[in-house]
Design a protein around this ligand. Structure first.
Ligand code: UN1
Length: 477
């Protein structure tokens, strides 16, 4: 470690502290392997301290008027605007997302901060006439307590903002474990709230591994609410514990997002949308396009151009503006991704491009994986069903719209989806019949807007939504 390598600390009750046991973990750039930061490797003891601070802070934060709580979010938004470039660079360096995408990640948090801040003036209840004479009834929203936030590395700022900012404006206090692969960009996001003057103990950050810190947050008896973004397997374990302990829990998990391309589609538009959806963030989004379902003869017109364009995408350093696809987050993830491609080959898939780990030049230093297209993927096969979380796109064929929707729906997940067509009837039928939380028409599966609900059905979630007007229900009673 050089003298300049940032050393992160936990922040509990507005005091920066190392993990009680003194342990740390190293963060390495996925593009170069260089050490970029060191973070505390915390344990259940650190979580317990944070939970105590959060419980204490709840007494004053929950009675702070909601419009005043919103003011802190506006200040944090201004801080994020001012530090956008700095945080984007840190993010690109530590988890490998391209700089331009890192800016987008932070912009989502800025938008969310303004939306959530103004919600402080709108935490509406309802009134209704009573059955009793000269009486009326009314409802009001009350904060719940301490919220445990556990987030993934692929959106180190946007996704935490979807959870933390509404929870705060509703009057809850927080114990947050940022992803261990991207602790520094998460930490800088939290800093914009602390710098806004957030009172001590309202937002506590404890760094470390899921098995250690995450599990301790989930099991802590005084953390009443849990909100999680990550894998379906981990989400299921969280829900089991939360169920036993009667905690409120919101889960945002995997996807296997399809794009249906109809024979009448605007092919140029579809190409742009598929490439961006499948290979943006190197396919590491829960909304990433992972299946193209080509209807009728459209495959013959679409595929050759898709292959040509996928091959031409420039892989490399996420800080280089000319680069189009960065590395994947770790060697472990890369091996997992490659394993899926190998399995697809064994199951009869035809790899049209990509599918091999780069071994020469600067790409050999990092965890790069090329944009990969696999044709002849059979419905029901592994690549047709399982989430890869990498730049691998499966191509399936359908004879008709109905068959395409059947294929789209035969996965356990249901987050995002898309259809490319000029037929308004097909578009609207897709919206009502694809089993997904989100369906786009003539637009890619990825992206989100702060004022719309975000979330999925089936194994993607447990019925809650983030974004828009929805989380204020979840974070209050
Ligand atoms: C996620 O990948 O966990 O849809 C969330 C998108 C993002 C959100 C993805 N804004 O591209």
């Amino acid at each position: 470690m050089t003298a300049a390598t940032p050393e992160l600390l936990n922040r509990i009750d507005n005091v920066s502290v190392p993990a009680l046991a003194g342990a740390t973990l190293d963060i390495r750039s996925p593009a170069t392997g260089t050490l970029v930061a060191r973070a505390p490797r915390s344990s259940a003891d650190d979580v317990a301290r944070a939970a105590t601070a959060a419980r204490k802070a709840f007494l004053t934060w929950s009675t702070t008027p909601a419009p005043v709580r919103g003011e802190y979010l506006f200040k944090a938004a201004a801080n994020l605007v001012a530090r956008k470039e700095e945080i984007a660079r840190v993010m690109a360096e530590e988890m490998g997302k391209r700089l331009e995408e890192a800016r987008g990640d932070i912009q989502e948090a800025i938008d969310t901060a303004y939306y959530a801040g103004s919600e402080g003036r709108r935490l509406f209840g309802r009134t209704a006439p009573s059955e009793l004479k000269h009486k009326m009834g009314f409802t009001l929203r009350r904060p719940i307590g301490t919220v445990g936030v556990i987030t993934a590395w692929n959106f180190p700022v946007a996704v935490p903002s979807w959870k933390i900012l509404p929870a705060l404006v509703c009057g809850n206090t927080i114990v947050w474990k940022p992803a261990e692969e991207a602790p520094r960009s998460g930490h800088l996001f939290a800093e914009t709230l602390w710098d806004a003057g957030l009172p001590a103990g309202v937002l506590n950050v404890v760094h470390g591994y899921g098995e250690e810190v995450g599990a301790a947050i989930v099991a802590h008896p005084e953390i009443a609410v849990l909100t999680f973004t990550g894998s379906t397997n981990v989400g299921r374990m969280i829900a089991e514990t939360a169920g036993r302990m009667l905690k409120h829990v919101s889960l945002e998990m995997g996807g296997k997002n399809p794009v249906i391309v109809m024979p009448d589609a605007d092919i140029d538009l579809a190409l742009d949308g598929i490439l961006w959806g499948a290979f943006g963030t190197a396919g590491q989004r829960c909304t990433a396009t992972s299946r193209v379902i080509a209807v009728g003869d459209v495959g013959e017109r679409l595929l050759p151009r898709l292959v040509e364009r996928a091959k031409a995408l420039r892989l490399g350093d996420p800080l280089d503006p000319a680069v189009e696809v960065g590395p994947v987050v770790s060697e472990r993830q890369r091996q997992r991704i490659h394993g899926y491609v190998e399995t697809a080959r064994h199951e009869g898939g035809a790899v049209l491009c990509g599918g091999a780990i780069p071994t020469d030049g600067p790409l050999a230093r990092g965890w790069f994986y090329p944009p990969t297209l696999v044709d002849q993927v059979r419905p029901g096969s592994t690549l047709a069903m399982e989430e890869v979380f990498g730049p691998v796109l499966a191509v399936l064929r359908a004879g008709s719209f109905d068959e395409a929707v059947r294929i789209a729906n035969e996965v356990p997940y249901g987050l995002s989806s898309s259809i490319y067509t000029r037929d308004v009837n097909a578009a609207l039928r897709a919206v009502e019949s694809i089993e997904a939380g989100i369906t786009y028409v003539n637009a890619p599966t990825i992206g989100a807007e702060a004022h719309f609900p975000f979330g999925g059905v089936k194994a993607t979630g447990n019925g809650h939504r983030e974004g828009g007007w929805e989380p204020y229900e979840f974070f209050t009673e």
